[in-house]
Design a protein around this ligand. Sequence first.
Ligand code: ASP
Ligand code: MG
Length: 411
Amino acid sequence: MSRIVQKYGGTSVADTARFMKVARRVKNYHDQGHEVVVVVSAMGGVTDHLIRLANEVGGDSNDREMDMLLATGEQQSVALLAMALHGLGCPAISLTGAQAGIETDGVHCKARIRNITPERIENYLNDGSVVIVAGFQGSTQDNVITTLGRGGSDLTAVALAAVLHADLCQIYTDVEGVYTADPRIVPEARKISVISHDEMLELASLGTKVMQSRSVEFAKKFGVQLEVRSSLSDRDGTIITEETAAMEEVVIRGVSYDRNEAKLTLHNVADEPGRAACLFGILAAASINVDMIIQNASEEGRADISCTVPQGELKIIRRQLAARIVEEVGCDEIAYDEDVAKVSLVGIGMRSHSGVAAEMFAALAGEGINIQMISTSEIKISCVIAESAVELAVRTLHRAFKLEQEPGNGA
Ligand code: ASP
Ligand code: MG
């Protein structure tokens, strides 16, 4: 017998037929003698619909009421799933986040979990019941309902798995796992069988949208083993787990891309102490998320500084900050380029293998793809390129590093 937390996302409970499918799967695990805690998202599209309604009554800026409203989506789902399980003769009980003991801080719409009191869940499990918990929500010490940010049901599941010492946390979604690249772009992309938390974290933050990256971080911190798998098939998914020595044998785990990049360049900045601090100070004060940065020193004591930011934030810079930046940093007009994308290679094996960057740049050059910016970490190399070349770049790198081939040692 093991203890399993299963999370079903919005597409897995998009309609009542899917609820029945989920219920049959949950019952199956329960019949095998496992203790099952299920976390459910709102039915697909419901959260977006609620946000639209709030907009229509002009209430979307009232964070407290937004949380009150959005939490209802998940509450519908837990009750429906409990009913479906009862219909199959399986004992089940639904709980809101607050009833499940999930206490958060009071930052509405992006609350952080402070503490979980799992006694109630434990008691129901001891009684032999499936426990169904509303994802994405909690409440403050004063019983004010909060939500954890979009995609937050993943976090509910991982956090519950941690406090309940679950053997496994399964994330059910509409894809069969984590792939070596986006299968829509690379048809020969392969489902990865095992991946480390760190690799998943890089992939998640680099634009591979399978899981919310905050939840992967949490899973790493608390040593929660995850499995990402499909609610529409019975095939094994991808296991995300603590790193083992064998994993380093595989140099590259996957290639990801992010089209949501934009670049700005400041020409003719005085090459003297304090200019970069001034620029990035202004951006930081506006909570702009800067990703890559490069500075080229030129001859006459002037330099160019470029950096990338998410596309939406470039618009804020253009509209609200440009004049101030030009004046305070002391540079020429700012140049903007929204038609850039980032392509990245990820693998913990990079730590112990050399020559990966050279091979990556050569492969891109072989297709005539120009690299505009480069950044690296211990387990990742990213290049900013023209957005029009992104699909070619992903395919090229996937082929160059032979990612379609199963790694030999099963790692
Ligand atoms: N229903 C919420 C959302 O759409 C939470 C989740 O699905 O994880 O973001
Ligand atoms: Mg989701």
